[in-house]
Design a protein around this ligand. Sequence first.
Ligand code: ADP
Ligand code: NA
Length: 327
Amino acid sequence: MKSRVFSGIQPSGVITLGNYLGALNQFVALQDSHESFYCVVNLHALTLPQNQDPAMLRARTLDLAALYLACGLDPKRATLFIQGDVPAHAELGWIMQCVVHMGELSRMTQYKEKSDGKDAVLAGLFTYPALMAADILLYDTALVPVGDDQKQHIELTRDLALRFNNRFGDTFVVPDILLMKEGARIMSLDDPTKKMSKSNPVPGSRIEMLDPPDEIRKKISRAVTDSGREIRYDPSEKAAVSNLLAIFSLITNTPIAQLVDQYEGQGYGPFKKDLAEAIVEHLEPIQERFSHIRSSDEITEILTEGAARADAVATKTLARVKATLGL
Ligand code: ADP
Ligand code: NA
C-alpha cells in the first residue's frame, strides 16, 4: 500500500505564489508516489471574522478547489474535497481539543501573530491547531507537505498523536512534515521579513495565482530590493533579492547559482523584468485551465466524489478513536 499524504489550504483569499511554491506544487508532485488527500479547509477559514461572508466564502472555496485542479491535481489519482463536507473533521477536532493543553496552544506563533492587536479574537483561532491535528490524523497520514509556517502545528500534531497513543494504546499514525528547500518560505514583496500570505491586507505584498499579467509586472517592478545593485543570494544580508531569486529559480526550474551568473553586473531592472515575464508565462496556462474548470459542472462532481472517498476513510478512523475512548 502507498503511504498517505494529507494537506490543506484555507479558502481565505486567492492563493499566492507562496502557497503554490511552498505547498501546492508539492501536492501535485506527490500524487503518483502516495495515496493523497487534499482539502479546502473551509472550517479553518471561519477562525477570522473577515472570512465569515457566506457568498464570499462559498466562492473562494470553489475558486480554491478549481485552482488545485488547474495546478495539476488529478482527481483520479488524488482525493480532493472540502473539509466541511466530511463531518468527522469537526468531531475529531473536538476530541483533540480535549487532548491538547492550553499552554501548548498559547505558544503557537501563528495564533500570536493573527490575534496581535485585536480585541475580539475568536476562540476557534486559538483552538485551530486541534482541528488541524484532527484533519491530519483522520487519514493515518504519513507525510504532510506544508510551508515552513506550519512546522509548529505539525510538531504539535505529532505530540498529540504520541500523547494519545501513550495514554490509550496505538491509535494514530504519527505524521512527518515535508518541507520544500527554497519554497518553504516565500517572503512578501513589500517586506522580506514577513512571509507572503493571502491574508496580508497589502495586495502589493503578494502575487496571486489569478493576477492578470500587467498586475504581476507592476507588483514585481514595485517589489522592494535591498541596497546596492548586486544580485546575490544571501537571505540574511540581501533578503529581498534572495526571495526574488528563490521565486525565479523555482518557477523556471533553474539553479539559483545559474541565475546569479546570468544577471551578474546587470542591476535589478533587467532581472525584475525577466522574472515578471517568467511568472506571467508560468501562470498563464494555469489561469486558462482555471477559467475552464471553474465554469464547468465537473467541479461539483469532483468534490462530491472526493468527499465520499475522504468520508469513508475518516469515518473509520473516527470510529476507532471513539471506541478507544469509550464514546
Ligand atoms: P496563507 O498563510 O497564505 O493564508 P494557508 O494558511 O492557507 O496560507 O496555508 C496553505 C499552505 O501554504 C500551507 O502549507 C502553508 O504552509 C503554505 N504557505 C503559506 N504561505 C507560504 C509562503 N509564504 N511560502 C511558502 N509556503 C507558504
Ligand atoms: Na498559513
